[in-house]
Design a protein around this ligand. Sequence first.
Ligand code: E4P
Length: 219
Amino acid sequence: MKFFIDTANLAQIKEAHDMGVLDGVTTNPSLMAKEGITGHENIINHYKAICDITDGDVSAEVIATTFDEIVAEGEALAKLHERIVVKVPMIKDGIKAIKYFTSKGIKTNCTLVFSAGQALLAAKAGATYVSPFVGRLDDISTDGLTLIEDIRTIYDNYGYPTQILAASVRHSMHVIECAKIGADVITAPLSAIVGLLKHPLTDNGLAQFLADHAKAAGK
Ligand code: E4P
């Protein structure tokens, strides 16, 4: 399973990269705004800075919502770097644009997916990634992980190559459950990735090993 980090924060991207477990980055307009990245030039430079840190795919989301504008914006984003993936919302013009980008060899991430039917459409359009939002479904008392299971079943039934990129992952248990289901990728905040490290028995065991070593060495 690939690990993407879901942030536009360069320090956090670097920290995950330096751990050696990072396979890519996802951003969205809210995450860019959270880092104070505004204005065309700054946004473009920020995507380039992210691509300089990671060796993996970097999702850059279009703001446009009509076919012609999505195509123009997406083609400009794709030209920034070979690892840019054009992130396109799950709307009718978005699906049409994903089909177009696929025919041009431009990688896509179909975002804002909340149902199996939407994921089926994304796969039929040839999306590289589909982003079902686990946490936002959980937020409205609907099991987000069931959606990941349903999409896995549908894609396996027909051998669709679209990768399931579980998004809106909020904590480490989401990561583990997505791995059990067989999501191809999770995108999560740094806290959910680093949270996988934690176990009190590891901390206690290490403290004991170091104490015993020090005692035996007469320290
Ligand atoms: C990913 O690319 C999505 O935009 C993101 O995971 C959404 O997460 P949120 O629901 O925590 O905002």
